[in-house]
Design a protein around this ligand. Structure first.
Ligand SMILES: [Zn+2]
Length: 450
């Protein structure tokens, strides 16, 4: 922060920014796969509230509404050569579990703003908008065009993000980089590493789902035949479970370990620092360390849905199993299908692809990544910036079609408990963490090179 900027910052009313996030959290914009179940009135109200809270942004930026309730905004910069896209989403997941504070209250308690969406992802929406609003108040013009893309159905893999990409492609916009949710300034990120790690997702696993199905004769449960549909489906499941795909440690993960090494406990330091050379050793250690670290090294298969006969005394005529697969960078949908067919080794098991997504290409760590990284270092001097492979999916995966550099990072300090509250209960964001996030987006925009 330059001295002048600090002085301006000092006079600004921070409670104003917090009030804006509270107002957004209080509107329950819960999305559903079936859009007819959605309270569209809530989404309408959210868009009205956004306009009320960020008047300059709505006056000065060119707004395109993307069906049904997504926004694409263009802030013209001094140049359109290297436009950037800042992303976030307006929808939230339904409320789960018992909360200490009502999930749509936006209450500020013990220095935190509580509620569904504070971390995922209205915190980012409010921080991006407040950064832009305050820069507009200061008369700032960005060096490059800054686009804001706010989706309305990220949590249900809706098509708003795809439509936003189509709109950008239609207008011939080739972003220099795209920044979406994903990583964070994560404390307790790795056992023994005391420093928070500012993890920036440079790729994400591909989500693919299969349905396995076996048809048979059915009939009365008093005269069952051997190897009926349920037995065959069960055998297929155990075969998939017993035969994981090969594990390896991808390059961004090796770099993550390298960067954490100086902050790690002494016995682990050498292994982490030499992760590149000791790849196979590291991979074995991760696989052995439990399901979460193991998921960092390979494509995973989870059998999620199962169905057979609807009655206790009826043999199933059809048995089905749903398999949710997270494809590791380096593997492909075709390769995964081949693996499943090979290990199931039963041509009576029909395999249907329900959804398919390849893993996202790995974004380079060049000047744009450097900008994100140095802005992390500036605002979070105690944190270690590092790339990583995201396990979850974000809307930004659709932007890889028009942009080589897609980074996934929310500039908020999050504890382990906070990260676990996402999609669960007691989601809350520290007031100071939120304000640091606003400053982070401001600095990122201010630092865009000519
Ligand atoms: Zn999200």
């Amino acid at each position: 922060m330059t001295p002048g900027e600090g002085a301006r910052e000092g006079t600004r009313d921070h409670s104003r920014a917090v009030g804006k996030l509270q107002a957004l959290v209080r509107i329950p914009t819960v999305s559903h796969r079936d859009w007819s179940l959605v309270d569209t009135d809530a989404f309408d109200r959210l868009l009205v509230e956004l306009e009320r809270q960020f008047p300059l942004l709505h006056e000065r930026l060119e707004l395109t509404r993307i069906p049904t309730h997504a926004l694409l905004l263009r802030w013209p910069g001094r140049s359109s050569e290297r436009p950037v896209v800042l992303m976030a989403h307006l929808d939230v997941v339904p409320v789960e579990g018992t909360w200490q504070h009502p999930p749509f209250s936006g209450d500020v308690v013990d220095g935190s703003i509580w509620g569904r969406g504070t971390l995922d992802d209205k915190g980012c929406v409010a921080a991006i908008c407040e950064a832009v609003e305050t820069l507009l108040e200061d008369g700032f013009v960005p060096a490059q065009d800054v686009w804001l893309s706010f989706g309305c159905n990220e949590e249900v893999s809706g098509e708003a993000a795809t439509l936003a990409v189509e709109e950008l492609a239609r207008r011939d916009v080739r972003p220099w980089f795209v920044l979406d949710e994903g990583g964070a300034v994560a404390s307790e990120a790795f056992p023994g590493v005391a420093a928070p790690v500012g993890v920036v997702g440079v790729t994400e696993k591909g989500v693919t789902s299969l349905e396995l199905r076996v048809e048979g004769r059915g009939g009365h449960a008093s005269t069952p035949a051997r190897m009926g549909p349920t037995a065959r489906i069960a055998r297929a499941i155990t075969r998939i479970d017993r035969s994981p795909m090969p594990a390896s440690t991808p390059e961004p993960t090796i770099e993550l370990f390298r960067r954490m090494a100086p902050h790690a406990p002494l016995p682990l330091r050498a292994l982490m620092a030499n992760a590149g050379r000791l790849g196979p050793v590291l991979t074995r250690a991760l696989v052995a360390a439990g399901p979460e670290p193991a998921a960092m090294t390979r494509t995973t298969f989870a059998v999620t849905t199962l169905s057979g006969s609807p009655a206790l005394n009826v043999v199933a005529a059809t048995a089905k199993a749903g398999v949710n697969i997270r494809i590791m960078v380096g593997d492909t949908v075709a390769g995964v299908l081949e693996h499943v067919r090979k290990v199931v080794a039963d041509d009576q098991v029909h395999i249907d692809v329900v959804e398919q997504n390849e893993p996202s290409p790995v974004s380079p760590r060049d000047e744009a990544f450097g900008l994100v990284e140095t802005t992390i270092a500036e605002l979070f001097p105690d944190a270690v910036p590092a790339p990583y492979v995201m396990m979850a999916a974000t809307d930004s995966r659709f932007f890889t079609r028009i942009c080589d550099r897609v980074y996934r990072f929310a500039p908020f300090r999050m504890t382990k408990a906070q990260r676990e509250s996402i999609h669960s209960y007691d989601e809350h964001l520290g007031v100071d963490a939120f304000l640091d996030g606003v400053r982070w987006y401001r600095r990122l925009i201010e630092r865009l090179p000519a």
